[in-house]
Design a protein around this ligand. Structure first.
Ligand SMILES: *Cc1c(COP(=O)(O)O)cnc(C)c1O
Length: 234
């Protein structure tokens, strides 16, 4: 894929975002596009950066760190992949938002390492709404308690919820998943828990971000739709 294509792809994604916002009666400013750049080379991220992207998503700590070192410092790095506790210390002061917190133990580790570096880390709680066995995330039943427990920890702040919807042929099939996550977020907001807010809903990927926006997404995470299909090294 050449550079021109990346620009064109982002323009297409922006058009879809704009029309979904229009349909939902929402302001486009409410939705932020995260360019999911995992497995992709620096040059491709640079092209997206030059076009105007400032939010990038990665799912591996080492890869995020490598790219962080090289690319401009005004990028907001989003950790969207499963995070191991022993790697938390490397990223707490480098990421803008961790989307994938799904246990109190992980949150405690983030809180501890953030304290050492004297930062406050913004996080989302990942919910496995569809209850897929292959996916990480807490359950719909446990998420409220988890948010309440994390809220008591220092140097960490819950900003909202994230989900990875199943892979489906027709994006509409995921609509109930997205609406359920939003409903959970509204329920938690009503609890008025100190030290948390529910302003972020991170949901929707290349196959279904339009529908996610109709259901209230504030961050959409688009990889393939911008950078093309990923090739994983064996
Ligand atoms: C890879 C990934 C994405 C992007 O997926 P695409 O289908 O390529 O848009 C979004 N969210 C998470 C958590 C991912 O791991």
């Amino acid at each position: 894929m050449n550079d021109m294509t990346i620009r064109e792809n982002i323009k297409v994604v922006e058009k879809v975002i704009a029309s979904a916002c229009k349909e939902a009666g929402r302001d486009t400013q409410e939705v932020t596009l995260i360019a999911v750049s995992k497995t992709k080379p620096i040059e491709m991220l640079q092209e997206a950066y030059e076009y105007g992207c400032r939010d990038f998503g990665e799912n591996k700590v080492q890869e995020l760190l490598d790219k962080y070192e090289i690319l401009p410092k005004d990028i907001r790095w989003h950790m969207i992949g499963h995070l191991q506790r022993n790697k938390v210390k490397y990223i707490v002061d480098k990421v803008y938002l961790i989307h994938s917190v799904d246990s109190l133990r992980l949150a405690e580790e983030i809180s501890k390492e953030a304290g050492k570096k004297n930062v406050c880390v913004r996080i989302l709680v990942e919910v496995n709404v569809a209850n897929e066995e292959t996916k990480f995330g807490t359950t719909c039943e446990e998420v409220k308690q988890l948010v309440q427990d994390i809220a008591k920890l220092p140097n960490i702040r819950v900003k909202g919820l994230m989900t990875i919807a199943p892979f489906v042929e027709n994006a509409e099939e995921n609509r109930p998943i997205f609406s359920k996550l939003r409903k959970i977020s509204v329920d938690i907001m009503k609890e008025n828990i100190d030290n948390i807010d529910m302003e972020i809903l991170s949901m929707g990927m290349t196959g279904d971000y339009g529908v996610a926006i109709l259901e209230g997404a504030t961050y959409v995470r688009v990889g393939t739709g911008i950078f093309g299909v990923r090739q994983y090294m064996p």
